[in-house]
Design a binder for this molecule. Structure first.
Ligand code: PLP
Length: 392
């Protein structure tokens, strides 16, 4: 059968962390040992109380379909949590629980974007923003995220990117892949233009609890933003629940109903008993989260110090999330390899990380390391990198 794909498939991107994951699996099958710093997945188990809540739910036969936007109980828990963490009152009808934070991006692009629209996407950023926007036919305008701005953006550049066709702007703080945190002034600028030009903001706050200095700022609680914000958050990173596939969007009711229709078309509802785990995570004790964040902070300090000790590498201190984004431009110049080639070279040497260019062209000359890994693995990874770069 001659496979002729739909046109749109040529516009669909991907997330390289999963592709590198497949390469690692094949190298490991050949008996090779790989230090894995490529994926943003906490290396802690899901908290006991959360697991128990899901086990109890299975035993109580919560194994059938639920409403497509999530049970009322979990949407109430999310609404209370958003009020507590962002100071914004939310109606449960404004919440949709989806299988991860990722589907919220796709649903936002699916419901809002088409070929008559433009989306502004930070560059570098989580690759699904661009992929989802392009596949819906929108023109994607990259917003450079700059090391010299502490991995934030230039306000003048942002103003120039906004046009009458701007329909959706993606904002991510704390950010993947840079660990950057946007300031209140950055968010205010986005707010001012969103209100003036009438565009939507998808505020990806999946790392909102992993902030090392100061407190998390959310655009959702700025004047005029509740009616034009899609808040994306979830359980994956905060509660180490990546494989549960549980995340949520908060948005105006009118839009939430279209998200639900998209959900019905794709997967009907999120796994029933997982939702009880999600409720327990939000409403139960938070000590495990605090412990995890404290450990991430120690590892952040350790990896950043280690990276800066490697000749030709420099790394600014990430303010949130669990990624370090070192500048390796001197290594690229010395070796003639771009960051994608350095990614492959390091993998051959037993270290898995990601090329900055996997997150957009402004990520060229950088590598991304996840320090959601043990200190031993981080130390081993740094040593591989040091000796591999010395040989170039
Ligand atoms: N948003 C950002 C910025 C991420 O880095 C990730 C995962 O790496 C997600 C969203 C998706 O999270 P989930 O696993 O809940 O779909």
């Amino acid at each position: 059968m001659n496979l002729v794909l739909a046109d749109r498939m040529s516009r669909l991107g991907t997330e390289t962390a999963f592709q590198v994951g497949m390469k690692i699996a094949s190298l490991e099958a050949q008996g090779k040992k790989i230090v894995k710093l490529h994926i943003g997945q906490p290396d802690f188990p899901t908290p006991e109380n959360v697991k128990q809540a899901a086990v109890n739910a299975i035993n109580a036969n919560k194994t059938g379909y639920t409403t497509s936007n999530g049970t009322l109980a979990i949407r109430n828990a999310v609404a209370d949590y958003v009020l507590k963490t962002r100071g914004v009152p939310v109606d449960p009808e404004e919440v949709i629980v989806m299988p991860g934070g990722k589907p919220v991006m796709f649903a936002a692009a699916f419901t809002l974007l088409d070929s008559s629209t433009e989306a502004i996407v930070p560059d570098p950023s989580y690759p699904i923003y661009e992929s989802a926007s392009k596949v819906m036919g929108a023109v994607v305008k990259p917003l450079p995220i700059l090391e010299e701005k502490g991995f934030s953006f230039d306000h003048e550049v942002f103003k120039h990117l906004v046009s009458n066709k701007t329909k959706l702007v993606f904002v991510n703080t704390p950010a993947n892949p840079t660990g950057g945190v946007l300031s209140k002034e950055d968010l205010k600028l986005v707010r001012d233009l969103a209100v003036e030009k009438n565009f939507w903001v998808l505020s990806d706050e999946i790392y909102s609890r992993i902030v090392y200095d100061g407190k998390h700022e959310s655009i959702l609680n700025m004047d005029g933003m509740k009616e034009r914000t899609i808040l994306l958050d979830g359980w994956s990173k905060t509660y180490s629940m990546t494989g549960w596939r549980l995340g949520y969007g908060v948005m105006p009711k009118e839009l939430a109903s279209h998200f639900a229709t998209a959900a019905i078309n794709m997967y009907s509802c999120v796994t029933n008993f997982c939702q009880d785990g999600g409720i327990e995570a939000l409403t139960g004790p938070q000590d495990d989260v605090d412990k995890m964040v404290k450990t991430f902070k120690e590892r952040r300090d350790f990896i950043v110090k280690g990276l800066n000790e490697i000749e030709g590498v420099s790394c600014i201190m990430p303010k949130g999330a669990f990624y370090a984004f070192p500048n390796v431009k001197k290594i690229c110049a010395k070796s003639g390899k771009n960051s994608k080639q350095l990614e492959s070279y390091l993998l051959e040497n037993g270290l898995a990380c990601l090329a900055g260019s996997a997150f957009g062209s402004f990520g060229e000359g950088y590598l991304r390391f996840s320090y959601a890994a043990s200190k031993e693995d981080i130390a081993a990874g740094l040593e591989i990198m040091r000796s591999a770069f010395e040989k170039l």
